[in-house]
Design a protein around this ligand. Structure first.
Ligand code: AMP
Ligand code: TRP
Length: 334
């Protein structure tokens, strides 16, 4: 058993929304708990993607995770632990079909998939995705799952599946995992504060943690502040987002002093933007330095991750053995 499990899809760059919304918390949790973090490549193939790029994206994300402070021994690659898919099949038999049809991420992603491929094909894999996610979680029987707010519905489904399984086999085998949210569960796009910062909305809607200094500054400098739509006296979403970002970087003195300027009507947006850009660049430079070190040592790191996946797999194998025992499936050690 582990205390904490979370996962991220290898769909490209890591941005400050991922970092402040989830990954930074993972780094902290490692200090207190037994943690495992999955790079979930089986999930990445539920959408139309460039298959030539997937393997590279998986390694790139792993290097990024290590650069920001995730311990290599806590990372596994989902497709190196095939028991996840085995458990997903078994759990699908304890999953309500009706509940799956109500998953909002499925509705959003199937619409997006249709739009991108310009045909009506939506994979059954995308529909079953939340069951695989439930398997990712339950296979380690964790107490906590640190995620952004968008994953709340999937966590609720996971608890329902665990409960139905436990009731059916008359044993409290699976622990019911709890979602853990951060203080910044939603970072907004600086280009359009009505949207969340995300890779899928397009390049200008996310600031990469590993972007060039100039790009970060340019993106922050061009952040939308007042759109003219907000009611007088209320902070606009764009300005609020910049303050949220500054707070998330830990620059609390600057944050307080700029908030005071805002309250007294003396805030110059360019000063707020420069403070945010400086703080993000400082964090980014630190991570980039670590990443350079990592990239000079790629081969060893890849071997280390294969090894950690192998170690973590032992827990998954133990769970499958127990689950087969409880459900009457044949258990043979080959
Ligand atoms: P994804 O990149 O969608 O696989 O998300 C990885 C993790 O980052 C998940 O736990 C998300 O909930 C979280 N996350 C993604 N975008 C944001 C955002 N804009 N603000 C806060 N958290 C986010
Ligand atoms: N669905 C999650 C996302 O879109 C990724 C994910 C897959 C996940 N399996 C998980 C998150 C297990 C937490 C636990 O971000």
């Amino acid at each position: 058993m582990k205390d904490v499990l979370s996962a991220i899809q290898p769909t490209g760059d890591m941005h400050f929304g991922n970092y402040f919304g989830a990954v930074k918390n993972w780094v902290e949790l490692q200090k207190k708990y037994e943690c495992v973090f999955g790079v979930v490549d089986y999930h990445a193939i539920t959408m139309p993607i460039n298959y030539q790029k997937l393997r590279n994206n998986t390694w790139e994300l792993i290097f990024n995770l290590i650069a920001v402070g995730i311990k290599p021994e806590n990372i596994f690659i989902q497709s190196l632990v095939p028991e996840h898919t085995e458990l997903a099949w078994i759990l699908s038999c304890f999953t309500s079909y009706g509940q799956l049809t109500r998953m909002t991420q499925f509705k959003d992603k199937s619409a997006k998939s249709k739009e991108e491929t310009k045909d009506s094909f939506v994979s059954a894999g995308l529909f079953n995705y939340p069951v695989l996610q439930a398997a990712d979680i339950l296979i380690y029987r964790p107490k906590f799952v640190p995620v952004g707010k968008d994953q709340e519905q999937h966590l609720e489904l996971t608890r329902n599946i665990a409960q139905r399984f436990n009731n059916s086999v008359s044993k409290e085998y699976f622990r019911l995992p709890e979602a853990l949210f951060t203080e910044t569960p939603k970072i907004r796009s600086t280009a359009d504060p009505a949207k969340k910062m995300s890779k899928s909305a397009g390049e200008k809607h996310y600031i990469s943690v590993f972007a060039e200094e100039n790009r970060i500054r340019k993106q922050v400098r061009s952040a939308v502040t007042d759109t003219g739509k907000n009611t007088e006296g209320q902070m606009s979403m764009g300005v609020e987002n910049l303050f949220e970002l500054l707070k998330a970087t830990g620059k609390l003195k600057e944050y307080q002093s700029l908030i005071n300027d805002y309250n007294s009507g003396n805030l110059k947006y360019v000063e707020l933007k420069d403070a945010v850009a400086d703080a993000l660049i400082e964090i980014s430079n630190d991570f980039k330095e670590k990443k350079t070190e990592i990239l000079s040592n790629k081969k060893d790191i890849k071997n280390q991750i294969k090894q950690s996946s192998w170690e973590i797999r032992k827990i998954a194998q133990e769970t499958i053995k127990n689950v087969k025992e409880l459900t009457g499936l044949i258990n043979v050690k080959f």
